[in-house]
Design a binder for this molecule. Structure first.
Ligand SMILES: [Zn+2]
Ligand SMILES: [Zn+2]
Length: 337
């Protein structure tokens, strides 16, 4: 039986370890992908720490996967061997639950999660349900496309469904793995884009990414700065700190929405009065299904949005540590020759 290299977590709270495993075979309706690149996402910590319900170990994490179709299971007609594809957090859906019957696959009650409910992309091969695959545009390098499968689709999808109109003030809180993509998307969607981070050194980067305004949270109160600009239609919270997220509510204009994609652990402390008078709201957004990912990549190819990445070989566990310690600018990507 053919063997491959993979990085797995052997048990909950275990470490990432490089192992040899059999190359998996695709069952009916599944596609085997020869992985070229896999981004490292903070949510991979769920696999490592056993924080996600119903995960069986050992498990190969990784849900920002791009590679080439290598083998088709029975009944797969949509994809061809050799085609370049990606798979993200959303790893397939059941088609029969009430959410699926409404066509809202991302909220499927039996949704699979790549790298959690089945083995993901920290490996030379992975096997994916056919409905979870997105076609990758030729213009994108695989290593650049990979982070678009989670960080990209999450921010792109949140922004395009946010209700903000071209010319509206949209603020992105945090310039990290998610935020540096969100700033690019927001600017290219035609929003007046304000980037919020701390320190003067982030300003040139924010402007280079396309921000029209930079708010240094160390110098000024971001809520006041946004209010002075007329109030934001949307503030997209990408930095996972509840206190910071709650602190910007007063920067929203009338009807403004605080839209959260950062998985912050603590509760949000917001006074009801901060919401009521100006009809403000607070909402969350999950990632997206395969077509959302495909449209994210097509938009990126069209408009020049690209993640800033550092690449690492599969066997370099240091990438995980650097990523988790927030040292990567801005996305670590494992690449496989
Ligand atoms: Zn992710
Ligand atoms: Zn379903």
């Amino acid at each position: 039986m053919a063997r491959m290299r993979a990085v797995q977590v052997s048990l909950a709270k275990g470490n990432f370890e490089l192992v040899e495993r059999p190359v998996p075979e695709p069952a009916g309706g599944e596609v085997r992908v020869k992985v070229q690149a896999c981004g490292i996402c903070h949510s991979d910590i769920f696999a490592k720490e056993g924080l996600f319900p119903g995960v069986n170990y050992p498990r190969v994490p990784g849900h920002e996967v791009v590679g080439r179709v290598d083998k088709l299971g029975d009944g797969v007609t949509t994809w061809q061997v050799g085609q370049r594809v990606g798979v993200g957090w959303h790893g397939g859906h059941c088609f029969t639950c009430d959410r699926c019957r409404l066509g809202d696959f991302i909220t499927c009650r039996h949704a699979h999660v790549t790298g959690l409910t089945f083995d993901g992309g920290y490996a030379e091969y992975t096997v994916v349900p056919q409905q979870a695959l997105a076609a990758v545009p030729d213009k994108l390098e695989s290593s650049e496309a990979a982070p678009l499968m989670c960080a990209g689709v999450t921010t792109f999808n949140a922004l395009r469904h946010s209700g903000a109109q071209p010319g509206d003030l949209v603020a992105v809180q945090g310039i990290g793995g998610l935020g540096h993509l969100a700033v690019q998307f927001a600017a290219r969607m035609g929003f007046r884009t304000a980037a919020i981070s701390s320190g003067p050194d982030k300003k040139p980067l924010a402007l280079r990414l396309g921000a029209h305004e930079y708010i240094d949270a160390r110098q000024t109160d971001p809520a006041k700065a946004l209010a002075d600009m007329g109030g934001a239609a949307v503030i997209l919270a990408t930095a996972p700190q509840s206190e910071l997220i709650a602190s910007v509510v007063e920067g929203l204009g009338v009807g403004g929405k605080l839209l959260i994609v950062a998985v912050a652990a603590g509760p949000l402390s917001v006074l009801p009065l901060e919401l009521i008078g100006s009809r403000r709201s607070i909402a969350g957004w999950p990632s997206g299904h395969a077509m959302d990912s495909q449209q994210t990549m097509e938009f990126a190819a069209l408009t020049g949005v690209r993640p800033m990445i550092e690449t690492f070989p599969l066997d370099q566990a240091a990438a995980f540590e650097r990523m988790l310690a927030n040292k990567v600018r801005f996305r670590a990507v494992l690449t496989m020759p």
